[in-house]
Design a protein around this ligand. Sequence first.
Ligand SMILES: Nc1nc2c(c(=O)[nH]1)N[C@H]1C(S)=C(S)[C@@H](COP(=O)(O)O)O[C@H]1N2
Ligand SMILES: [Mo]
Length: 259
Amino acid sequence: MLNRRKFLTAAGLGASSMALTGCDVFDNQLRIGAPLRSFLENANDLTLHAQHLLAGRDSLAQEFTEADIRQPMRPNGVTAPNDEFYKGLMAKDFADWRLEVGGLVEKPLTLTRDQILAMPSRTQITRHDCVEGWSCIAKWTGTPLALVLDQAVAKPEARYVVFHCLDTIDRSLSGEIKYYGSIDLIDARHPQTILAYGLNGKPLPVENGAPLRVRVERQLGYKMPKYIHKIELVSSFSSIGGGRGGYWEDYGYDWYGGI
Ligand SMILES: Nc1nc2c(c(=O)[nH]1)N[C@H]1C(S)=C(S)[C@@H](COP(=O)(O)O)O[C@H]1N2
Ligand SMILES: [Mo]
């Protein structure tokens, strides 16, 4: 049985030799019953981890130029929340909106929109890929999530960041479900992970998640909750929603959702 270090070495060598020789190198090792194959089959989460180590969890998503921007940014999912609380906030141009940061943090925060606007910002022109098969290039401006986490100070046991949204996406018999999603603390601290309040040089429109939405540029659209009002640090999401870390994940979508 391969141990983890050997596997990582094999995969690392494989990645460089494959470029020269094609994929033949691995074929023999991947025959049914071969140790490497059963290792791969039995350790999906470990292979995900290995992919991240090989690709570099801090590698950047491609950034584009102004000329590449396709206007308007196509809205998707909920585009006009029909929730009374949200509509009340919207009527006052979100002056009463607050972002709460809590859960496993040393210093819970409540931030106003002005406080968030006063923090250092990052602007990036990136491609949004929806799992439905379309993509769109747009310019996003926002506060690096890492700066908010620096203020709140994650407790050592915190592993994931859960984003709670104001829009009810599902009005089913089992009750109303608000959109939610999560990423881990490594992606939360990625330099392109921002809490966006600007789109293509203008305030973020309601369709695209006003007043604040997440951008995680190496992941699929459903990993970027819109209309967020609460950020919760947790050690596990088993007790949140359906327990799989997000609204779409509870319906079977992959939690990581990488592209
Ligand atoms: N709160 C909330 N966030 C959401 C959704 C949603 O329905 N509600 N849809 C997701 C999906 S599937 C996609 S593709 C993107 C769409 O973002 P856009 O409207 O800016 O294109 O938002 C994601 N975040
Ligand atoms: Mo999507």
